[in-house]
Write a protein that binds this ligand. Structure first.
Ligand code: GLU
Length: 311
């Protein structure tokens, strides 16, 4: 059984990060991840890096990344080092794929979605479980080929600092997963691990929608022989209908220079903190100073919750 604590050292300097996808304007959910990761890294006296996850060109909205960086600065969330863009790192992802292939951990797969669905033993948390169809040679009918990572049939366990212990058997609950997609793009699972590993990230703080991806990422770390970060998943803000809150849920959720500090106050409440009422209309700096002095990770609730913005 792999325990996350096996190969992490508590004495390492903390390196946190915020890794937004520039697929639209910054909104409440993005600010939860930005502020949460910033506060946890800075409270530990660590560094905080920013990476733009512009891996999937059709989903990237022009100007969104610049707007996010502008807002982070305006809100006092200043980062260390250069901003990394995934679109500039394709050579590196290719290199890591070659390395995994040399370890005989990859195989090509030309199964279509329909074929995977038809052959899956059952549906997993993240779609049909891939049953290893092309492990010993391609058996699908699609013209394009994806590259999958061969997973192991064993229970992988880790402890999320906020959500607690989790386990998953990658083979029976998910199957060999894609690292290079049939459309030619690198998969998020690969890019995020390579980027976090290369940047020496020790603290991954992000939305709980990525809890389900974490075992895959831990497995990749193991395949690459790299030290694991600590994982802190933050509760997701949900709309009244129970969906992950997004910019579609109303303009009041979109972060601007004008409403940013007020939304930060609401993010702190959402994260179980108790910022004083008189800071509701204060400048971002004052609010951040309060948060740096008072933020308590133990007070962050380990459940996704409805949120509706208050004027
Ligand atoms: N880019 C992802 C997002 O914006 C976050 C990925 C991560 O933090 O690992 O939801």
């Amino acid at each position: 059984m792999a325990m996350m604590s096996d190969n992490i050292s508590q004495d390492m300097p903390v390196v946190g990060r915020f890794a937004p996808s520039p697929t639209g304007p910054m909104h409440f959910g993005t600010l939860v991840a930005a502020l949460g990761s910033y506060l946890m890294a800075r409270q530990a006296g660590g560094t905080w890096r920013v990476r733009i996850e512009d891996l999937d060109p059709p989903r990237v909205v022009p100007g969104a990344a610049d707007q996010m960086l502008f807002l982070l600065e305006a809100l006092g969330l200043t980062w260390d080092g250069p901003v990394v863009c995934q679109s500039q790192r394709f050579e590196r992802y290719r290199e890591v794929l070659d390395l995994l292939r040399a370890k005989d951990l990859l195989f090509d797969c030309n199964c279509s979605r329909r074929e995977v669905l038809a052959s899956a033993p059952h549906r997993g948390e993240d779609g049909p479980v891939y049953p290893g169809t092309c492990r010993t040679g391609m058996r699908g009918r699609r013209a394009e080929t994806a590259v999958r990572l061969r997973v192991a049939n064993r229970t992988l366990s880790f402890v999320d600092v906020i959500f607690g212990p989790r386990t998953q058997n990658l083979e029976t609950e998910l199957g060999d997963f894609v690292l290079h997609r049939a459309d030619g793009e690198f998969a998020y699972q690969l890019a995020v691990v390579v980027d976090d590993m290369d940047a020496g990230i020790t603290q991954v703080v992000r939305g709980a929608d990525l809890l389900a991806s974490t075992p895959r990422q831990i497995y990749l770390y193991e395949c690459l022989g790299a030290a694991l970060p600590y994982y802190y998943h933050l509760p997701l803000a949900l709309s009244a209908s129970g969906e992950k809150l997004s910019k579609r849920d109303g303009p009041a959720l979109i972060v601007t220079r004008e409403n940013g500090a007020q939304l930060m106050w609401q993010v702190l409440r959402f994260l179980g903190q108790n910022p004083p009422d008189e800071l509701r209309r204060s400048q971002p700096r004052e609010l951040l100073d309060w948060a740096l002095a008072h933020f308590s990770c133990g007070a962050v609730p380990a459940e996704n919750r409805c949120f509706s913005p208050k004027p």
